[in-house]
Design a protein around this ligand. Structure first.
Ligand SMILES: [Mg+2]
Length: 251
């Protein structure tokens, strides 16, 4: 075995089946110790919400932690995000302005403070009308010199507004390049809409866990063939199945 960069979403991907998680943790831990495999988590959670999760679940300490949908990147022992990444995603972003613009749309309801971060503004939305409110919101943002992207889960009623240059894919690619891993040496795992940027924009082997959201399954069916594996098993068990499929793991 050689070292690789293991990038995984947390909720409903790595986390969801405690027994399978234990098995995967043990294997990953050996890979890290013996070969220098790098373990990277990527999640929509903010730092306080990530800390809540690690208080409840047995997670390995990651080598790289990408929070708030890729807008913050942390390394072990530091509570300060990677400043180079922050500088890269800052142009065209002004949180106050984004909040002011979104206030004009009554269908957006501000999520609780713990969900809000410097580079992610999060709302609950009514399902109807999202398709008609996003274009004017985006053009208002553009007219004010902002460069934003919206991440919406039509099925879920959640909307994140992020800098145009930041999402799970761009953060993972930044980490991949910074650490010098090729696509063949990288693997990504996810289940939901905010993982789609990785599945769409990264050329490395990708594992979609069997319990993936229907939006992701629908995308998978239509998207061109790639190094992508839809597992039958759920959560960490689906990750193990995918790792075996790609020849990283022998069960
Ligand atoms: Mg997830």
């Amino acid at each position: 075995m050689a070292k690789f960069l293991f990038v995984t979403d947390l909720d409903h991907t790595l986390v969801g089946d405690d027994l399978a998680l234990e098995k995967l943790n043990q294997w990953l831990s050996e890979q890290r110790q013996n070969y220098g495999t790098v373990i990277a988590y990527t999640t929509g959670r903010s730092l306080p919400l990530y800390q809540q999760l690690i208080a409840q679940k047995e997670l390995l300490e990651p080598d790289i932690l990408m929070l708030a949908v890729g807008t913050e990147i942390y390394y072990p022992g530091s509570d300060t995000p990677d400043s180079e990444w922050t500088a890269k995603i800052s142009p065209g972003w002004d949180r106050e302005k984004v909040v002011e613009i979104a206030k004009r749309f009554p269908c957006f309801v501000f999520q609780p403070p713990l969900e809000q971060t410097s580079f992610k503004v999060s709302y609950y939305t009514s399902l109807d009308g999202l398709a008609v409110t996003i274009p004017p919101l985006k053009s208002m943002a553009k007219n004010q010199g902002l460069a934003v992207q919206t991440l919406d889960c039509y099925g879920g009623g959640f909307l994140d507004i992020l800098p145009e240059s930041a999402n799970k894919a761009s953060a993972a690619i930044y980490v991949q390049q910074r650490l010098g891993f090729t696509d063949e040496q990288t693997i990504i795992c996810g289940d939901s809409s905010n993982d789609l940027s990785m599945f769409e924009n990264m050329l490395c082997p990708a594992i979609i866990v069997g319990n993936a959201q229907k939006e992701v399954l629908a995308w998978h069916e239509k998207a061109p063939l790639g190094k992508r594996y839809l597992a039958k098993n759920h959560f960490a068990s689906g990750i193990l199945e995918g790792l075996e499929y790609f020849g990283f793991y022998r069960g």
